[in-house]
Design a binder for this molecule. Structure first.
Ligand code: ADP
Ligand code: ZN
Length: 730
């Protein structure tokens, strides 16, 4: 008997998505089951879904072991997926059951296939024909054996649906049940290939070869914004489709998907499958199932699309690979870029990391020879990179409630005159970051977090950016009850828009901030309107930095280039460099040369200087040297530990105890820093304490962490989370 099949009554181990971190024994159901089968099993009084993970352990009283209820009608989990989930759980120090949950996030997995009525040609010829009936029969004759939904058939024949129903009664049209989840349309790799430039073609050829080689490999595709990275990696996708394998394109922002789907359709003749939080439940279910049976060949999605049940994954593209949104910051803390590389290495797939401003991690992996690198150095067509200039704000003498310098204002006015667009960039949502009482000096804070409430004038509310709590803008100070003394301090995009409206009286001003649109569709419509020239001045948060193409845009003004340089984040310089280059890249994407101004109070700051000079290798070289000396990522390893509890004493006690019992970490040469109050000391009413573990890159940090935290008994009130390779330190 093969080890992967279990006949009726044999013991199998089933992993469920329930928070019990172990595989449970069951008896195989009637008809048996294979390893990887999705099954329904009894758990206490409930029925839950799980996966047959392997043979049962048999360490439990056999008479008490229950039967698997049934095997679900979905493609079984492949061994390589089990392997991926196991390794990903190990790397991120996450319970395996939680990893499985990421891999089963489709509704109705346990349901029988959902059906719908379809219509095709019947066997009987109706004796009484009308014009309307004739039209229906003509459509069915033309399409032979194909079936249609009622609406499709009626629309194609240009008749009402009652005509079709009438024909069904006569037996001239057959009505049948068919599965609702249908395969995605075929994508034609040769549908409309663009002529690539010589440099593009050279890069595309390397990628095609990679995909055709059938072995794992990761390539960093670096190229300035507008150099044609997308066009080039589409060729790798085409090669993957030719090979009959599945390709996945990960995008950092849902707002970018629709533009991308349109490009896929133009290139391959049909739209791909889509997977992200904006997709309907029905479509999600279809996507999950079709990926599992190999009937979706190209999937475009957010980071969680990496956990779909691919049958033969050949290629994964991580677009804007440096983007911080690839790191999931709640629930399972994982970096989709890194997990992509893991997954691809297990199935012999190729990975392409695309970016104009790669992360230092990827840069270092190229240096170390782990990744290949391909570079596109010039923009496609006549477009060239914008001029970058600093505006020394010390010389501008602005009043404290104004943020647009005179120089920048004049430049914008000149653009409005010429019918060109300007973008004013400010990476802060809302109206003002601080609401201050002029009578008592109180700053309005959140009741549940150690964070200020941010005024969102557009929504007429105060919002906590930590927990999402909102309240109406008060008239009296919550502290001293003085009336009408609350005043906004500092700028957010909404306030900047107000200033712009005063300065540019007749201009059309559009504000792009993720919180100002009720739906992804409304946001998309606004982006399209801007691209069509329906705005003169665009005010935007980092949402605009990502990928959108505004052909009329020739000026970018960064309102506060110093913003990201403050604070102690080890990636502050890297992030600022990336964001500034990315935003500047929005200017001058068509024939007209663009210019980008950085308003700064420290034009001599090394990061600002390297942004302006465009000396990337110089910047990354210096940054790498610094990090190497400090032994921090990507040259060392960090793990962040956050303890939280409603009881402040308790979290500090647990933190102190962990710090004291650091032997398992010292054994691998790692150091513990902390406990220290987290930068945001309280969120949703829970007090927060951080510890930071620093180790050599090669140290077996995961096992040591587990040993370490298991020494300490942690009360039910306390939550402990381990963040391997932390990206944020709040
Ligand atoms: P990137 O992904 O590097 O920002 P894109 O692939 O989006 O660049 O290319 C920028 C623009 O130039 C797009 O509108 C794209 O269609 C166009 N483009 C790039 N290369 C070509 C080409 N070889 N032929 C035609 N259009 C191209
Ligand atoms: Zn809050």
């Amino acid at each position: 008997m093969s080890a992967s099949y279990f006949s009726h009554g044999e013991l199998v181990g089933v992993l469920t998505t329930q928070p019990l971190d172990r595989v449970l024994d069951y008896k195989a159901p009637e008809g048996g089951c294979f390893v990887g089968a999705f099954v329904e099993v009894p758990l206490g009084p409930r029925k839950v879904i799980g996966v047959v993970w392997g043979a049962g352990k048999g360490d439990y009283d056999r008479s008490k072991i229950r039967h698997v209820i049934r095997v679900l009608d979905v493609a079984p989990m492949r061994t390589e997926m089990q392997d991926f989930l196991t390794k990903a759980a190990g790397y991120t120090v996450t319970p395996l059951s939680q990893m499985l949950r990421l891999a089963t996030r489709a509704p109705g997995l346990g349901d029988p296939p959902s059906m719908r009525k379809v219509y095709r040609k019947g066997s009987i010829q109706p004796d009484r024909m009308t014009d309307a009936r004739r039209k229906v029969m003509a459509v069915l004759a033309e399409y032979g054996g194909l079936s249609f939904t009622l609406k499709e058939l009626a629309d194609m024949a240009d008749v009402t649906s009652s005509v079709v129903k009438g024909l069904v009664k006569l037996g001239a049209v057959a009505e049948e049940d068919a599965p609702r989840d249908t395969p995605y349309p075929w994508l034609d790799p040769d549908y409309a290939k663009k002529d690539l430039t010589e440099a593009q073609e050279a890069a595309a050829e390397v990628m095609r070869k990679g995909v055709a080689s059938d072995v794992y490999g990761t390539t960093l595709l670096k190229g300035v914004t507008g150099s044609g990275k997308t066009e080039v990696y589409m060729e790798a996708v085409a090669e993957c489709l030719r090979a009959g394998k599945q390709a996945l394109v990960l995008l950092p922002e849902i707002a970018l998907t629709s533009e991308f789907l349109t490009r896929v359709e133009a290139r391959f003749g049909a739209k791909p499958a889509e997977w992200h939080s904006g997709v309907t439940m029905t479509e999600r279910r279809r996507c999950w199932r079709m990926v599992g049976q190999g009937d979706a060949k190209l999937i475009v999605g957010a980071r969680s699309a990496l956990f779909l049940p691919y049958q033969n994954l050949g290629l994964v593209i991580v677009d804007e690979e440096h983007d911080t949104s690839y790191k999931q910051e709640d629930g399972v803390l994982y970096n989709a870029r890194d997990m992509t590389v893991l997954r691809a290495s297990l199935v012999g797939a190729q990975v392409i990391l695309a970016s104009a401003t790669p992360s230092l991690e990827s840069w270092a992996n190229v240096e170390a020879g782990k990744y290949k690198k391909l570079e596109l150095t010039s923009r496609y067509g006549p477009a060239v990179m914008p001029d970058m200039r600093a505006l020394d704000m010390r010389a501008e003498n602005l009043p404290s409630t104004r943020w647009i310098s005179k120089t920048l204002r004049d430049e914008v006015l000149a653009r409005i005159e010429r019918g060109e667009q300007s973008l004013l960039f400010m990476n802060r949502r809302g109206y003002a970051p601080i609401t201050l009482c002029r009578a008592c000096g109180h700053q309005v804070g959140c009741d549940h977090c150690d964070a200020r409430m941010v005024e969102h004038r557009f929504q007429k509310r105060l919002v906590c950016h930590q927990c999402g709590e909102t309240k109406p803008m008060p008239n009296v100070c919550p502290n001293c009850e003085a009336e009408d003394k609350l005043a906004p301090v500092g700028p957010g995009v909404e306030r900047l828009a107000e200033e712009a409206a005063e300065l540019f009286l007749d201009a059309r001003i559009a504000t792009l901030s993720s919180d100002m649109y009720g739906s992804a569709r409304a946001l998309k419509a606004q982006i399209e309107a801007i691209a069509n020239g329906e705005a003169d001045v665009i005010i935007g948060t980092q949402l605009v930095a990502k990928g959108h193409n505004f052909p009329l845009l020739t000026l970018v003004g960064v309102i506060d280039a110093d913003l990201g340089l403050q604070g102690s984040d080890l990636r502050a310089a890297e992030r600022t460099f990336q964001l500034m280059r990315q935003v500047a890249g929005r200017a001058g994407r068509a024939e007209k040369r663009g210019v980008a101004y950085l308003q700064t109070y420290q034009p001599e700051h090394p990061v600002i200087r390297s942004i302006l000079s465009g000396d990337e290798d110089g910047f990354w070289g210096a940054e790498a040297t610094e990090r190497r000396h400090a032994g921090v990522p990507p040259y060392g390893r960090l793990a962040g530990i956050v303890l939280s509890s409603p009881n402040v004493q308790e979290v500090f006690d647990v933190g102190a105890e962990l710090a004291r019992l650091d032997a398992p970490l010292r054994d691998i040469g790692a150091q513990v820093f902390g406990p220290a109050p987290a930068p945001i000391g309280r969120i949703r009413g829970r007090h927060r304490v951080r510890l930071l573990v620093k180790a050599d890159k090669a140290a077996p940090i995961q096992q040591a962490l587990i040993k370490w935290v298991n020494q300490v008994k942690i009360g039910n009130n306390v939550r402990l989370s381990i963040d391997i390779d932390p990206q944020s330190f709040y």
